[in-house]
Design a protein around this ligand. Structure first.
Ligand code: RIB
Length: 298
């Protein structure tokens, strides 16, 4: 039995091009393999949860345009219940993604994602309170994240925050988050400690604990991840694989982790599962479409 999960976050149309290198200022390069894919950290995480057996709704905002339709279809095709809305007032969010040697460089235009305001989110109070887990990122307004935490305080809903892309968040928020899952850059921005060695990683995890978050998981790319169990910091190495495109590897990790937690798995087992899922994602092209199904992981 899996408990209910809500993802409150972004949905973007990803405009992706592969390039032999990053262009210099003023330089034009010929790339290849241009695609328009469904993406956005919120949508990717919701799709990952659904593909991996979780019971998930997605609350976000898309424009009333062709890109919005692409995203709504992606949610529908993956059995994610859409609880958000369409707006006439802004276009669907866009992510311009350049992939070089499997690594991605992303620039966002929030578009409709910015319409997910604290006022709007109040309409979702009952839904938030009904869920065991509420997953958020920072591609929506920070004030909305704060509002959701305030709503969740009156229920047993656990907040999972992926602080991506990094934005300054009020200190009060940390004690309201049950799990924080930054990557190494976001961990650095949050703590001032770059997790580039085992010792620094340990320090960054413990600093986030001291800042008020009970459960900290820092994803470290090809080095795997580090997390705390009580006062101990543990490391889980990544699984070696051919890297084709890292887009949505972090989203897969988070989705897989939450899906397993909602099925009452231990944190250790959920992290191992998430490590396997994200290894498959990096070996494929695209965002939500590169996320594996449960049977591929087993
Ligand atoms: O995490 C990957 C995602 O970040 C992409 O799908 C893009 O839309 C950006 O939100």
């Amino acid at each position: 039995m899996s408990s209910k999960i809500i993802v409150i976050g972004s949905a973007n149309a990803d405009l992706v091009i592969h390039s032999p290198k990053m262009p210099r200022i003023g330089e034009t390069l010929t790339g290849s393999n241009f695609q328009v894919n469904a993406g956005g950290k919120g949508l990717n995480q919701a799709v990952a949860i659904a593909k991996l057996g979780g019971n998930v709704s997605f609350c976000g905002c898309v424009g009333n345009d062709a890109n919005g339709e692409l995203l709504l279809n992606e949610l529908k095709n993956n059995d994610v219940t859409f609880k958000g809305f369409e707006t006439e007032e802004a276009p669907t969010g866009i992510a311009m993604i350049t992939v070089v040697d499997g690594n991605n460089f992303i620039i966002l235009d929030s578009g409709a994602n910015a319409r997910l305001t604290p006022e709007v989110i109040e309409n979702y109070s009952d839904l938030i309170a009904e869920c065991e887990y509420c997953v958020m990122q920072l591609e929506i307004p920070v004030e909305t994240v704060l509002k959701v935490c305030e709503i969740a305080k009156n229920s047993d809903t656990k907040i999972i925050l992926n602080p991506a892309p990094y934005k300054k968040i009020p200190e009060i928020l940390f004690s309201q988050i049950d799990y924080i899952i930054p990557n190494e850059h976001e961990a650095h921005d949050l703590t001032g400690i770059y997790p580039d060695s085992e010792e620094n990683t340990r320090k960054a995890v413990l600093k986030l604990n001291q800042m008020g978050v009970k459960n900290v998981i820092i994803t470290l790319g090809e080095r795997g991840c580090a997390y705390n169990v009580g006062d101990s910091v543990l490391f889980k190495p990544a699984i070696k694989t051919e890297v084709v495109d890292t887009t949505s590897a972090g989203d897969t990790f988070i989705g897989a982790l939450v899906s397993k937690l909602s099925q009452n798995e231990t944190l250790n087992n959920a992290i191992f599962y998430a490590t396997k899922a994200s290894a498959i994602t990096v070996s494929r092209l695209g965002a939500s479409k590169s996320i594996p199904y449960a049977d591929e992981i087993e």
